[in-house]
Design a protein around this ligand. Structure first.
Ligand code: HEM
Length: 188
């Protein structure tokens, strides 16, 4: 297994929590015209967007580790079957899930960054059509973030352990076969 500190899995929960929190604070703040909540929403959005950028950077490191796991698995499959075996179906599915996770995470962070820029450059109160557009953008970004988190969960809690278990199984069975061959030889 590609061993690395799970930094991505450790930090992703901060942007997820902060960004959702910012949308809730903003929605309540704008609807009730509470400038304190709007300000808290802005700072939560700022911290969440920075966290989102960090999640993207660490995500590329985690993705590299998963690609290495896939290559190691392929190597073991080829070795244990004399070149006849194929990778289990989940390995390709994991890579497709990773691609979609990456794209959704970049879109989600991009929309949140655009909202941050909008807030930063429009110091006056959002109201009317601009408020509706802003809140619609916040809902869109939240939906993208939900999908990102869901796919990330699949990668971390389903595919990642599958790579590990499969690799261990193959290694165990090759050791078993080697031992079996060894016993046969000594018995000759
Ligand atoms: C806003 C940005 C992102 C968010 C919020 C996010 C969220 C998540 C979450 C919630 C998990 C599950 C963590 C766990 O195991 O508990 C995860 C895992 C993962 N994510 Fe992301 N992600 C983001 C960006 C990216 C990017 C850009 C990539 C790849 C280029 C990526 C690659 C991965 C990989 C490979 C895993 C599997 C678990 C691991 O090795 O850490 N993520 N992500």
């Amino acid at each position: 297994m590609a061993s690395s500190l799970p930094i991505h899995a450790m930090i992703v929960h901060f942007p997820i929590a902060l960004l959702f929190f910012s949308v809730i604070l903003d929605a309540v703040g704008f609807i009730r015209r509470r400038s304190d909540l709007q300000q808290a929403g802005y700072y939560s959005l700022l911290a969440g967007a920075i966290g989102g950028l960090l999640a993207i950077v660490t995500g590329f490191v985690a993705a590299r580790a998963m690609e290495i796991d896939r290559i190691n698995l392929l190597r073991e499959v080829v070795k244990s079957t004399g070149g006849k075996g194929v990778l289990p179906e989940f390995a390709d599915l994991a890579m497709r899930t990773l691609e979609v996770h990456t794209v959704f995470s970049i879109y989600a962070t991009g929309v949140f960054l655009a909202l941050l820029l909008w807030r930063g450059t429009h110091r006056e109160q959002l109201r009317g059509l601009s408020l509706t557009a802003y809140l619609a953008g916040a809902v869109l970004a939240s939906l993208l973030l939900v999908r990102t988190g869901f796919l990330g969960g699949q990668l971390g809690h389903d595919f990642k352990p599958k790579f590990q278990n499969h690799l261990e199984q193959i290694q165990k069975s090759s050791v078993g076969m080697d031992r079996g061959a060894g016993v046969g030889k000594t018995g000759e």
